[in-house]
Every structure is written in C-alpha cells, then in structure tokens.
Design a binder for this molecule. Structure first.
Ligand code: P1T
Length: 379
C-alpha cells in the first residue's frame, strides 16, 4: 500500500459498536466488567483506551513498525525511552539536538547515573570512539533541530547491530512521509506528534513506534506504570491530522524549497541551512534516506548583530514568532533564546548554533505570500 492510502486507512477500523467511520472519542476513564477479569480488553484508560489504540495502530502502520505507544508529550516519550536504562549505562547522541532532549538527558537522567556523550554524528567514527562496554543506546535526531544536519540512520543501524546497542531515531522533523528509520535499522522511532503528525498546532503529544515485541512490552509497562498517557480527545485530533499528512508534507516540502532558494539569493543573507542544497554537507545522505527535504529552513543574516535578527523576527507578519513547528501555519523562532536556551552558550557555539540563527517552520500557505513576508521583514 502506498503512503497516502496508508495515511487514510492503515491501522484504523470502523468502530465495532456502531460502524462509525471516524474513530469516536472514548471519553471514559474505566470500563464495566461482567465478572472480575471478564472484560472486553479494556479495564482502565491509563492502560488502554480505544481512541488511543486506533492512533497507536495508525502510527505503527505509517512507520512500518508493529507497535505504537502514545504519550502526553514528545518529552514524555523521551522520558519513557530513557527509563529502559539503568545507572551506569551510557548514551551517545548528537551535539545538535532539540534543547528539551538535551535538558532531560543532562538535567534529569544524568542525576540517575546515566552518562551522555554529545558529538558531531555526521562522522560515524566520532561515535565509534565513544562507544564502550557501558554504552547501551545511540540517539539520533535527523534532520537535526535547528541546524538541519542529516545523520546517516543506516550507518548507525549497522553500528548498533555490531555492538548490540539500541538505536533511537527522533523522526519529528522528517515524519514517516519522508523517512522510515525502522527500515534502516532503528529499534525505536520517537515523535513529537505536536508537530507535523498532528499538523494543526492544537495538541501536544508524543509517540514511540517499535517492531520488536519484547521492547514493546517493556515500553508499554513503563507507559502504564508512569502514566504519561494522552487523553482521547487529543488522540482523535492526531488521528484526524494523520489523514492529510502526505498532502501537507508535500506542500511543506515545496514551500520549504522555494523559501530556501529565495533566502540563498538574498544579498543580506549569509547562510541558509536546508538539506536540499547540493552544497549541504550531508546532501547525499539526505538524498539517500529521505523522500524530499522537509519544510524546516534556518538562516543567518550577514554580520553577527543579534539586533538585526531580532528585527527580522519582529517584522515578520505571516510567520508568527512562536515555539514549535510543523503546523499548517508558518512559524519563525530564535533558537538561542527560545527552543535551545537550555543548552549552555559555549556548547551551542561548538555545535555551530549562533546567536543570530533564525529558524523557520514553513507552512502550507502560498509560497509567494511567504516570500513577500520575508522580503519585507529582511528589508
Ligand atoms: O514539545 P514536545 O511534544 O514535548 O516534543 C519535544 C520534542 C522532541 N523532539 C524534537 C525534535 C522536537 O523538536 C521537540 C519539540 N520541539 C519544539 C517545541 C521546538 O520548537 O523545536
């Protein structure tokens, strides 16, 4: 089945009690049993809820996985994955990573005795040097947030197989429309469904998708024991969003390309970060593992005056200045003070994340209007 057909049909069945074609919002905390233990597969909504089950099945189908698990935010999904580890375990990740992931690793799980290494993951050799007998997990985010570096998932799949490590891929920026990491050797795909998957900036949710039954059982135990599960109304909204994922992503990619090319030719712009450019350092890997290049574009103006970047962010009208990304409407952000403020400045600088970087989440409006907005804002 091709992706668009899957987005609309896969994993979702008409409601068994009424035939409703759209999954109802099962707004219930509990389920009546005929006799102790004699129930219809549902006991309590932290553990299972029919609306969530349908969403989890749809996500598993889209990522070419077997099991999906939903959480009350992307960070709650990260938290659940980290709870697979024990004190003394080590994790290697990229030095160009969503600030919230960096924060939970270094400010929460480091206190529980887990050690994290951050490196430039474009070179597999850098990571191999950090792997030792305590290493249990490699955490990939690709394209990276906010510098849009591309990490070779297949290369890490091979390394993890060889060294018996778990490979996690945060697929938030790409979505399964652009890449399916489980097909490239990842053990777990993690999502902030808040972004492209939900797609309408009206819900906060996260997910993990796996193929392996044992890993699913361990994660489902954590999901139920720790309890960061989403409510049925939010699950309904993401299910609804998924049905147009392919249409939205196609337009995000087209608009992203036009915006990136406009910025590249603008005399006041110094550098544009977008993996579709042939001169992007990881363009070949992007071409190999992605169907297209996505709707995220970051850029820096000429000179290193933060006030100039601030002025552009203030002047933009269609691009709303707000955290988050992946909604139908265009957003702009200043990673150094917003999404990545929790990363110490020195570490940010080392990773190449300057104080003047502007991040755009290019929406699905008409590209001409978005470009006109950028033109007036940059001046
Ligand atoms: O916001 P939440 O749903 O908890 O997801 C966290 C998260 C995880 N991984 C990536 C790659 C992300 O980008 C995010 C959230 N990011 C933003 C809010 C942002 O503006 O970048």
């Amino acid at each position: 089945m091709k992706f668009g057909t899957k987005a609309i049909h896969a994993g979702v069945e008409p409601d068994p009690s009424t035939g409703a074609i759209m999954t109802p919002i099962y707004q219930t905390s509990t389920y009546v049993q005929r006799s102790p233990g004699d129930h219809k597969g549902y006991e309590y909504s932290r553990t299972h809820n029919p609306t969530r089950t349908q969403l989890q099945n749809a996500l598993a189908a889209l990522e070419n996985g077997k099991h999906g698990l939903c959480f009350s935010s992307g960070m709650a999904a990260v938290d659940a994955i980290m709870k697979l580890l024990k004190p003394g375990d080590e994790v290697v990740s990229t030095n160009d990573l969503y600030g919230g992931s960096y924060r939970i690793f270094t400010k929460i799980f480091q206190n529980y005795g887990i050690k994290f290494h951050f490196t430039n993951m474009q070179d597999v050799g850098n990571v191999e040097k950090l792997v030792n007998e305590n290493t249990k997990m490699i955490w990939v985010e690709t394209p990276t947030n906010p510098l849009l570096n591309i990490i070779d998932i297949k290369a890490y799949g091979e390394l993890c197989k060889k060294r018996n490590l778990l490979l996690v891929a945060d697929n938030t920026f790409a979505t399964p429309y652009l890449q399916t990491p489980l097909d490239m050797g990842a053990d777990m795909v993690m999502h902030s469904l808040t972004k492209y998957m939900g797609g309408h900036s009206d819900v906060v949710m996260g997910a993990i998708i796996v193929k392996d039954d044992d890993l699913h059982e361990r994660l489902a135990f954590i999901q139920n024991s720790c309890g960061a599960t989403p409510g049925p109304q939010d699950c309904f909204l993401v299910l609804r969003g998924l049905k147009t994922l392919h249409l939205r992503m196609e337009r995000h990619c087209q608009n992203g390309r036009q915006v990136a090319e406009f910025l590249k030719n603008h005399p006041k712009v110094n550098k544009v970060y977008w993996p579709g450019f042939t001169e992007h350092p990881n363009h070949e890997v992007a071409q190999k593992q992605m169907r297209d290049f996505g709707g995220m574009v970051s850029f820096e103006l000429k000179g290193d005056n933060v006030d100039d970047a601030t002025r552009v962010l203030e002047n933009l009208k269609l691009f709303a200045l707000a955290e988050s990304l992946g909604g139908v409407e265009s957003l702009c952000g200043h990673p150094a003070t917003m999404t990545h403020a929790s990363i110490p400045r020195e570490d940010r600088m080392k990773a190449g994340l300057s104080d003047t970087l502007i991040r755009l989440s290019v929406g699905v409006e008409d590209a001409e209007d978005l470009i006109a907005d950028l033109e007036q804002a940059i001046g």
